[in-house]
Design a binder for this molecule. Structure first.
Ligand code: PAF
Length: 281
């Protein structure tokens, strides 16, 4: 696996590959890889002749009181896991290369970032779309893969790609879960064994609402009540939000007559976790 730290070198690599007629699949990451990332990479491997990844803990998508400085990092382990996939090229820049002195250009998807996580993490999605736009210009992929676990991120990036005419196909990949249902996340590493158990309440509450949906409930508020009631059985888990939204546009819905996403964010101790599932009538 080639490791590249500078944007112009990465661009040269991508241009040379494209001239040879290769196709490039891209999986951007913030490292501390788990089975979710590896699933994205294996899928990318199948869909193109070359697989690129990036490892960059992006400071601009963390709020001032969030976990940027303590975000888990293990570069050597991540490289070993990527080599196993195998990844052909890893772009791993330093922060001052991505955000040099004088940096002042931002990419913002205005509407679909207002609700859900966007309402609780001001500036988060602006940081995500800005870095992903930069990574797209640097890595020059034909396709890029994103997990459905970060559902609002996925839809927001699709919107950005459409609005800004990036010639890139976005491929969504289903959330990878532990056998007991917990959605894989680098942040699960923060959880104590007790908290790990309590965190199951997130997926449990979504499944409870899904059962009500399958039995015919089409009122979003009623589903949210079912999910909240389930979550309250684990008082250690502090709810940030449970909401439904149109699965494509993320607009609010008053009746479920098209696919909707049921999304949850909650804290277990100081760890913020998210999960979601899509309900299709
Ligand atoms: O999903 C992530 O890990 C990050 O938000 C991403 C897409 C790599 C941008 O920093």
């Amino acid at each position: 696996m080639e490791i590249i730290a500078l944007p112009h070198e990465m661009q040269r690599w991508a241009e040379a590959a494209r001239q040879r007629g290769e196709t490039i699949a891209f999986v951007p990451t913030m490292g501390f890889l788990h089975e979710g990332h590896l699933t994205l990479m294996r899928e990318g491997r199948k869909r193109a002749t070359l697989l690129a990844s990036s490892l960059f803990v992006n400071p601009t998508q963390f709020g001032p009181n969030e976990d940027f400085s303590r975000y888990p990092r293990d570069f050597e382990r991540d490289c070993a896991l990527m080599r196993e996939v195998p990844v052909d090229v890893l772009f791993a820049p330093e922060p001052d290369v991505i955000y040099p002195k004088g940096f002042q250009t931002w990419v913002e998807v205005t509407e679909m970032t207002k609700g859900l996580c966007g309402a609780h993490r001001p500036g988060h999605f602006r940081g995500v779309t800005t870095v992903v736009a930069k990574l797209f210009n640097i890595v020059k992929p034909h396709i890029a893969l994103f997990g459905e676990k970060d559902y609002q991120q996925l839809r927001t990036i699709e919107r950005m790609v459409q609005d800004l005419n990036f010639p890139i196909e976005i491929v969504p990949v289903a959330t990878v879960r532990e056998p007991d249902g917990l959605a894989m996340s680098s942040r699960n590493a923060y959880l104590t064994p007790d908290q790990r158990q309590q965190a199951l309440a997130l997926h449990g509450s979504l499944r409870a609402a899904e059962a009500a949906f399958k039995s015919g409930v089409r009122d979003p508020q009623q589903l949210v009540s079912v999910a909240s009631a389930w979550l309250q059985k684990t008082p250690e888990v502090q709810l940030e939000y449970i909401e439904t939204a149109d699965a494509k546009t993320l607009e609010q819905v008053t009746h479920i007559d098209r696919p909707v996403v049921l999304a949850i964010a909650a804290r277990v101790g100081s760890t913020r976790l998210i999960d979601n599932l899509v309900l299709v009538p």
